[in-house]
Ligand binder design. Structure first.
Ligand code: 5GP
Length: 174
């Protein structure tokens, strides 16, 4: 795997600093409250693990897994939940945590499904945002980094299930 060339786009030190900044803002926004933090598997697990350990508000955690299907290499926009959360969220303050928002299809689908369960509030925190790639309007309340349209790996993000373990966010060179 190390024969694949990659450039560092966001270094670990910058990630650590930004995650702490996000956690500070979120802790302030939810002061005195208790959160249900929902991570989207698998990509969000590294970011979420760092984020919750920097929060100063108590939280429960849960995970959801999504799959998109359709024909061809481009997602048709059909998304389904393949692993649901096990925590009731009615009346709770919910924070969805995702690795990256690209077309916006996954998160807009998930947010709609979760809102049907009547949470007290629901916000989204994404580590990376490729705003220029949206197919549907979607804006996360908390964004780690805006990035250009590159395929990135590391810090939880994969390419064919590899590279999630990298501490930096990298761009694979063709
Ligand atoms: P969306 O529904 O917003 O198009 O898709 C978001 C999902 O696409 C992410 O959770 C992630 O799995 C995948 N994705 C989008 N861009 C990238 C990328 O640059 N790198 C990786 N590893 N996954 C990406």
């Amino acid at each position: 795997m190390d024969r694949v060339k990659r450039d560092i786009l966001i270094a670990k030190a910058d990630i650590d600093k930004r995650v702490q900044e996000l956690a500070d803002v979120i802790s302030r926004d939810y002061e005195g409250k208790e959160l249900v933090v929902i991570g989207i598997l698998k990509g969000a697990f590294v970011f979420m693990a760092d984020l919750i350990r920097s929060l100063r508000v108590p939280c429960m955690i849960d995970f959801v897994r999504l799959a998109s299907y359709g024909t061809g290499t481009v997602s048709s926009g059909s998304i389904m939940i393949t692993k649901d959360i096990e925590t009731p969220i009615r009346g709770r303050d919910v924070l969805v945590v995702e690795d990256i928002v690209d077309t916006g299809l996954s998160l807009s689908f998930l947010v709609d499904r979760l809102k049907e369960r009547d949470p007290q509030s629901l916000k989204v925190c994404v580590f990376l945002d490729k705003k220029e790639r949206r197919k549907v309007p979607f804006e996360a309340e908390y964004v780690g980094f805006d990035i250009p349209d590159h395929f990135v790996v590391g810090y939880g993000l994969d390419f064919n299930e590899m590279y999630r373990f990298l501490p930096d966010v990298c761009v694979i060179k063709e």
